[in-house]
Every structure is written in C-alpha cells, then in structure tokens.
Design a protein around this ligand. Sequence first.
Ligand code: IMP
Length: 431
Amino acid sequence: MKKDLVVLGAQWGDEGKGKVVDLLSKDFSAVVRYQGGSNAGHTVVVKGQKFVLHLLPTGMLHEHTRGIVAQGMVLDLELLVKEIEELEARGLKVMERLYISDRAHLVLPYHKVLDSLFERKGKIGTTLRGIGPSYMFKYGRKGIRVCDLEDRDRTYRLIKENIEFVKDLCEKIYCENHSLSAEEIFEKLLENYQKIKDRVVDATRFLLGFERNVLFEGAQGTLLDVDMGTYPYVTSSNASALGLSNGTGLPPKYFSNAHFWAVSKAYTTRVGEGPFPTELENELGELLRQKGGEYGATTGRPRRCGWLDLVALKHAVDINGLDGLILTKLDVLDHFEEVKVCVAYEVEGKVIDHFPASLSWLEKAKPVYKTFKGWTKSTKGARSIEELPQEAIEYLEFIQEYLKVPIVMLSTGPEREEYFWFERVYAKAGG
Ligand code: IMP
C-alpha cells in the first residue's frame, strides 16, 4: 500500500528540516513543497558541500526523486531559475525532474516593495522576500498564477493594474515614490518563464496519478502557521499540517494513510519579532547561538535562542496529529551544566499547560521549568543510543513522555550520516 510521509517544522522554523528531509527522501520517489516561498532556507551538507535550497524541494538532492512545487507556494521565478541553474552548474540535474504547479502564485517586485514598506510601518521581522504581500494579492484576488503566463496580454494587464494599485498605495497613503516599470517586470518574468515553462503541469492531477510513495516537505514551522501560530508574528501560509490539502489541491482523505512527523531542535530558536516565552536574553542564550551556529540561512540574521518549550511543542503534536518527532542538535546542549525544559506557563498568577491564542497572554507567559543535570559530554556524531550519556537519555525520555509521542530519530550533526533511529525509546513509548 502507498505510504506517504509528511515532515513538518514543529517550532518557529529552522529546526533542521533540510537535513532530515534529505535523509528521508532517499526512500521516496517524489518530494513535494506546498507552501511558503523563498523565505525558506533548507540547508543540507553532502560530503562537506553545503547546499541551501529556498524554493526547490530539498529531496531533489537525490537524483532519483521527482520534485513537485505545488500550488500553495508563492514563486519568485527569477530565484527559482537561479536555484535550478546553480544546482545544474554543480552537476545535479534538476530541471528534468521538476514539476511546477500551474496554479502556484507568483512573487513579483512590487510584492517586495510592499513587504519592506509594511515592515517599516509595523515590524514583524519578515524575510523581505515578498511572501506576505503575494499571499495578500492571492486572497485579495489580484494575484498572478503560473498558468496566466501563457496569456501574455492578460499577464501584462494584471501587472500594470497591480503596479498602479501599489504605487497609489505607496504615494497617496505613505507618501513614498517607487519606480516600478510594468514593461521591465513583464519582460523579465517572461524571460524566466521561457526557461521553466516545459516543467509546468497540473500538479494536483500529477500527484493523484502518482502511485509511488511521496514525501511532503513543510517549510517554516507550526508556530509560524498563519492560523495556529503566534499571530500576527507568523508567516502568511499554513505551515502546519493544515496547509497540506489547500497547498497541494489534494483532498484531505488523500492523507489518511500518511505518516506525520515533525522536526524540533533540542532547544528553541526563532527569527523575527514575536513572543518567545523561553527566550534566554543572557549569556546562556548567547552560548546556544554560538554553539548552534544560530544565524538565518536566508537572511543571515542572528536567531533568538532559548530552552525547549514543551507547551509549544505539545501544541504542534496535537494540531499536526504527529506520529513521531525527530530531534536535532542535541549536541549543542553538550556545553551546559544544567538543561531546562518548559512544562507550563504562568500567566498573571495562573498556571496554564496549553499554548494560548492570545498574543497578550503569550507575551506575559513566564515559563515553568523542569531542570535536568547537564551531561557535559559530547553527543556529536553519536550513531546509537548506547553512545549517549545517561543524562541525555533521561532528557529525551522526559520529552516523549510529556508529549506522548515517540522520538523516532535523532540527528547528531550536519552531515548526512550523522543520525540514528531511536528505536529503544520509540518502543518504550509504545510507538
Ligand atoms: P515572511 O515569511 O518573510 O513573511 O516572515 C514572517 C515571519 O516568519 C518572520 O518572523 C520570519 O523570520 C519568519 N520566517 C519565514 N520563513 C522562515 C523560515 O524558513 N525559517 C524561520 N523563520 C521564518
């Protein structure tokens, strides 16, 4: 029977999904990205060579996989073409294995103008890749889709109308002038479209007819989901399992046999603004940043760092219906005398054990911690549970007992080979 796998981010993105998906996709015939756009930065290290993918599914680094860019994504064609060309220049054939949805929306230069304008007016800390405005245009019914590009007159008219709208907004409301040229944007767009047009398909039909196993690769993370995350400090798509059906055009029933796994770091990070109850704004946070190399793959921004937040993680387990958790970067905690996890929040004197919707609650939430003795031994590159110090095993066992979900895999370093299946604890949790 067909057995698909969904791999999501369980936190605020940057959990190490790139490496995990790369690792897992060797067993799949197709890999799908279905939400977000070039705001994602999925890093994989193969034989010392570093790859950072923003738009292509990470699993395409394996030459036997087909890569599907599904309808829920917003595509900057210039960056997509650049990414394909860069991989091909490094000897990896991707074009012939790529399938781009005709229903995907485009990110155009005027979306980036709006992204930076909105950031100046009220900071979310976006990646400035035009993602939010592109989804605004999509839901405001002003978007341009890949399928529109076959009709040049229509595309040109839409670009012109959208530019007029953006210019009016910038000039009349925000008193800013922008030199956006419909002709230039149109020409450049068509030039890039010519390079990928043969790869454009009805991706939903393609997937419905595809009988082999498929891996669905989430971008960003559950806590950045536009509905279930820390709104308004979120991305503009459904980065949780909620995004699967509308992001692919596949019926919810399609996923009933699929396995749902999510990736979490052994601690927590976030980039951009917004609540982060376990953030450490002290030397411990700095140590996590240094040891974990916590700088954004897309923007290079230093990431905010803190202890593992099990309340937030339980939210991810529940709303994604997770069957398993993949934990990354345990080795970063090797350097700590004490390791803490947040097991509840205290909000105005009340203890709560669920992740609240309210931003003001989240901003006031004080973490209630459980403290573990640190293991202060190296776990880097460990290949079996026997190689882990007892204190680290206790830490991991507590996590899965709290979450009631098995840890299925532990990633112990950036290289493809640095991981192991976590069978002993998995079996213990009844998974
Ligand atoms: P946007 O997706 O560029 O609109 O940014 C909205 C929020 O999501 C900001 O806080 C970004 O830092 C965050 N974000 C977007 N993409 C990623 C990602 O791939 N990893 C981590 N954070 C992200």
